[in-house]
Design a binder for this molecule. Structure first.
Ligand SMILES: *Cc1c(COP(=O)(O)O)cnc(C)c1O
Length: 435
């Protein structure tokens, strides 16, 4: 199957190019030429399948022409090797916990699958690639973890100085080896802008074989569809409509969910829940899309003023606002409302949510948690990533899992750079400091 550039649909590339280049020369995102509908036989047996079996069937339908089946099976088995439980909080209310991967972030799913595909496409090639990743928190560590010590791959992480939590920063800056962390004096949008400038810089691009591990890369975005199918497996046979609320920033997670629906998953309604960076909820209401400056919030992984996957969401609906607005409702919340939502979930259901998951819960509540439908909110980060806010709101200590507590004693190792492309460019050309 071919992948086309959403900015220039006549430009088509193979899966391999879409994955390794990540983004077209004019900064266009790649989308598959068609999104296959899974057969009825798949849905009939869905409630008996494991997560890995689902991931294999779904990815085989999309990628099966372009990758050997045995290799795909191995990639799926290696990348989805942790639980993704759907927990019941009430008769018709569930939480889908995506944070049980090695870095306790839902980004692990996409990053690990993507690392598997990179490995597959690069294994017989004698070239080095440099993966650039701008992160507002969790992406960087998931990518670093997934690509750590992979042959032929260098990872450069850009993160906004003082805008990630201490634990997140430790996760980003303590790996060493083939991973370099750059602490940028700016916000997340500045980090994304520097990455985009590097992609547009032909000389540096050719020299370093740049590629991206942000959700602009289809290989990272697509595997995030698997767990929506798996949520249905865990629900068992339900005869009520299913409503899923997704806390969103760059909208990769939601786009993957929309792809799952296009593949036939019978989701009745999606909710795009954001913090005060609400350009997509605004678009869903008005049909007007106006990118904004980013505002900082306590749900920092969603502080995005111009979500990179928005063009993909539009593509799925052939740019028809009424069609997308029917499938996706948008709601947004202030930090105060986010704190109240954390307190509310704790009080009503004895469940400690992180600020991101709490926003998704608030979206469900606004839509209505009733007995007429099943409500699911997606929890994207472990509450221990945001201990101060969570403890204040819920009046309860968070348990720090050992995978995180052992990082706190490690020394941060990052290179500080100004928010300036030429400085970033110089830094990219430095030889790797193996430490
Ligand atoms: C990345 C992230 C999000 C937003 O996901 P998108 O796919 O960018 O919309 C939400 N919550 C957490 C904890 C994240 O790390």
């Amino acid at each position: 199957m071919n992948y086309y550039n959403v900015n220039n649909p006549s430009e088509k590339v193979s899966l391999k190019s879409a994955v390794l280049q990540s983004i077209s020369s004019e900064s266009g995102l790649y989308m598959p030429e068609n999104i296959p509908l899974l057969p009825d036989s798949f849905y009939e047996k869905l409630s008996d399948l494991s997560l890995q079996e689902i991931a294999y069937e779904v990815s085989n339908a999309m990628l099966g022409e372009d990758i050997r089946h045995t290799a795909l099976k191995q990639i799926v088995n290696e990348s989805l090797s942790f639980p993704i439980p759907l927990k019941k909080l009430d008769e018709n209310l569930f939480v889908l916990e995506l944070f049980h991967g090695p870095t306790l972030a839902f980004k692990d799913v996409g990053a690990r699958f993507m690392a598997g595909l990179f490995n597959y496409f690069l294994q017989n090639e004698n070239r080095e690639v440099t993966i650039l990743v701008a992160t507002s928190g969790d992406t960087g560590s998931a990518v670093a973890n997934a690509f750590f010590n992979r042959k032929g791959i260098k990872v450069v992480i850009l993160y906004p100085s003082c805008k990630v939590s201490e634990l997140q920063e430790k996760q980003l800056t303590t790996m060493g080896g083939n991973i370099t962390a750059l602490e940028v004096d700016g916000n997340f949008d500045d980090c994304q802008r520097l990455v985009k400038l590097a992609f547009a810089d032909v000389e540096i691009n050719n020299h370093l074989n740049l590629t991206s591990a942000n959700s602009i890369n289809f290989a990272r975005l697509f595997p995030q569809s698997f767990y929506y199918f798996y949520a249905f497996t865990q629900l068992g046979n339900v005869d009520k409509p299913v409503v899923i609320s997704i806390p969103s920033g760059n909208f990769g997670n939601l786009t993957a969910a929309l792809i799952a629906k296009k593949m036939g998953l019978p989701v009745h309604q999606f909710i795009a829940a954001t913090n005060i960076n609400h350009v997509v909820p605004d678009y869903l209401k008005s049909g007007q899309y106006t990118p904004q400056q980013t505002h900082c919030t306590i749900s920092n992984a969603m502080d995005v003023g111009n979500p990179s996957n928005f063009p993909r969401m539009l593509e799925i609906y052939h740019k028809l606002h009424p069609a997308i607005a029917a499938d996706v409702k948008g709601y947004w919340y202030t930090d105060e409302q986010t704190r109240s939502a954390m307190a509310d979930i704790q009080k009503q259901y004895d469940y400690q949510a992180d600020p991101h998951g709490a926003i998704a819960y608030a979206g469900l509540k606004e839509y209505g948690i009733t007995n007429d439908h099943i409500s699911i909110f997606v929890e994207t980060a472990h509450p221990a990533k945001f201990p101060d806010e969570v403890e204040k709101a819920t009046n309860k200590k968070v348990q720090i899992p050992p995978a995180l507590s052992k990082l706190l004693v490690l020394e941060k190792n990052a290179v500080k750079i100004p928010n300036d492309y030429l400085c970033f460019r110089d830094q990219l050309q430095q030889p790797a400091t193996d430490n």
